[in-house]
Design a protein around this ligand. Structure first.
Ligand code: SF4
Length: 541
């Protein structure tokens, strides 16, 4: 029995037509991880529901019977470092890594997902086609457009696809630089009919995604996932999950969520409510009431993200009854100044109240999520995080308090995209570790070095493709990246340029030709508001 045989499908795949497009849809990691990605499930089922497509799945550990001559090969990319697995899979299929080395006998290699939508440029040389934004309409438009030119040569196909909104063909844009180590001088399409700016696609319906397959082999065993909201209206200025996917959209309770949940709970009793800001659904209370019905008493409930001031005793009680022991809230910092800088509308009192409510509702643990190195942060602000944790522990004795902490990483399409990683963040993580362990708080820092690599990929341009190929030989540690930078010294910008330097707001960004949810001038306005808070904060202190 293969892992595929153990799946319970919540849709009925179409039988492919005799001349259906042979398409391989890959997830560049193991099956257990890929099948837990709601995005992967949705795209795969969308292809499987078209009779003009014959889709086969490929993971790094298992695969369907693959077609001998696929016309399309797609990757769903949700983790930056999976690029190494993409290289391996391309090689295993005898497909050249670089788009420019492929010919009419090779499939078109396409990709989508958060990593590529945020900033595809470090990977631009390896993909023929990149799909930007929500897949709801984009995938069908892509396949329909491909059908129009299916019998054409490679160049004809790419030129036609480039005219479809949301479809980005990197090879049809030329990027020039002021000098090999300098800023970008220009990004321009190489043919007049190719749009100079590609717009990320936004789905505006009120039916969001739900699992199309449930399996005991998923990383969250047997989970049925329901997307409750998309994006987040809070707009914390560093937050990709909010800015990249705006506007905030909510699934309709009666028309979408309840029927979907009822269907999913026929095949499993594990339910995951997904979204960047689940509890901000306007009918979240009614959803909790629905799940409190007697027939759902044994349902295990997981909630992706909870806004601090929505942690009511009722929510805590519902979760505690459903086999959940802890709740996670993102507080970013114990400093109110820092929270103003990032636009996190939250007071320390609300964090303390959340802890009190979590305990009163019967939860055993509270996980706080914070960040160091936020622009404008000083060591005094980090000290305030220690004080805040002390206050939380005092207010809810017996509740196990954990602080997970990452380093600020600039993300494209956010107001902080121009700001570099603060190298002092490493020391600040160490400081928090020492202080909090002394106070009996469980501290879980995310590796500073990993944040550096994330920032590099997050703000990278096409010149990084050589570096990515090089690091593959050395392994995925920061040391490998440094070694590769050394080898390419003089030929590409430095690590410092990509990761630590603040960039000018008038410089051309690697993704300037890819339009996100908000225009650049709005992002500059939000950045300036943050800078005002930094100045005011200094005066107050
Ligand atoms: S509340 Fe969370 S998800 Fe929403 S914008 Fe802020 S960090 Fe992002």
């Amino acid at each position: 029995m293969t892992p595929f045989d153990r799946e319970r499908l919540l849709f009925t795949p179409q039988s492919p037509d005799s001349n259906a497009i042979p398409l391989i849809f890959a997830f560049p990691n193991e099956y257990t991880i890929g099948i837990t990605s709601l995005g992967y499930q949705i795209v795969w089922s969308k292809f499987a529901l078209r009779s003009d497509v014959q889709v086969s799945r490929l993971f790094t550990d298992i695969q369907d019977n693959l077609p001998r001559n696929p016309e399309l090969l797609g990757f769903s990319v949700s983790w930056e470092l999976d690029y190494i697995n993409i290289f391996n899979l391309l090689e295993s299929l005898d497909i050249p890594l670089h788009s420019k080395d492929r010919n009419d006998n090779h499939p078109l290699v396409f990709g989508g997902g958060t990593v590529l939508t945020a900033n595809p440029e470090p990977f631009a040389d390896f993909f023929d086609v990149i799909l930007l934004g929500d897949g709801e309409n984009l995938l069908d438009n892509f396949i329909d457009a491909y059908q129009d030119v299916r019998n054409g040569d490679r160049a004809t196909k790419l030129r036609h696809l480039a005219t479809i909104p949301g479809i980005y063909i990197p090879s049809l844009y030329q990027v020039t630089y002021e000098n090999p180590q300098g800023a970008i001088a220009a990004i321009a399409p190489i043919y007049p009919e190719i749009p100079s700016v590609v717009e990320k696609q936004t789905y505006r319906g009120n039916t969001l995604s739900t699992s199309t397959v449930v399996t005991e082999l998923a990383a969250w065993e047997n989970i049925y996932m329901v997307e409750v909201v998309r994006s987040c209206p809070e707009m914390c200025r560093f937050c990709l999950a909010s800015y990249l996917t705006l506007p905030f959209r909510t699934a309709s309770l009666e028309g979408s969520l309840i029927p979907a949940i009822a269907k999913g709970l026929e095949v499993t009793n594990r339910l995951g409510l997904l979204g960047a800001s689940v509890t901000q659904h306007p009918e979240f209370e009614a959803l909790l009431d629905y799940l409190s019905q007697p027939q759902y008493q044994d349902v295990r409930l997981s909630i992706a993200s909870v806004r601090t001031n929505t942690v009511t005793e009722k929510l805590a009680h519902t979760l505690a009854q459903r086999d959940t022991r802890s709740i996670t809230i993102a507080v970013e910092s114990g400093s109110e100044k820092v929270r103003r800088i990032v636009n996190k509308k939250l007071e320390n009192d609300e964090i303390i109240q959340a802890a009190i409510n979590a305990k009163a509702g019967g939860l055993k643990a509270l996980k706080l999520y914070g960040m160091v190195g936020i622009p404008g942060e000083t060591i005094e602000d980090v000290e305030q995080t220690v004080t805040m944790i002390e206050d939380v522990k005092k207010a809810a004795p017996g509740l196990r308090v954990t602080l997970g902490c990452s380093t600020f990483v600039p993300k494209s399409h956010t107001p902080f995209q121009w700001l570099g990683v603060n190298p002092d963040a490493k020391k600040r993580l160490k400081f928090l570790e020492k202080q909090l362990r002394q106070r009996g708080c469980d501290f879980r820092p995310e590796s500073y070095n990993w944040s550096v690599i994330q920032a590099l990929i997050s703000r990278g341009d096409r010149r990084l493709s050589r570096l990515l190929e090089q690091t593959r030989e050395y392994g995925d540690s920061v040391g490998s990246y440094k070694r590769a930078f050394k080898q390419l010294r003089g030929e590409i910008p430095s690590l410092d340029y990509y990761v630590h330097q603040d960039w000018q707001t008038d410089q051309i960004l690697p993704w300037s030709h890819l339009q996100g949810a908000l225009p650049e001038k709005t992002l500059v306005k939000h950045l300036n508001e943050a800078r005002d808070c930094m100045v005011k904060g200094e005066k107050v202190n």
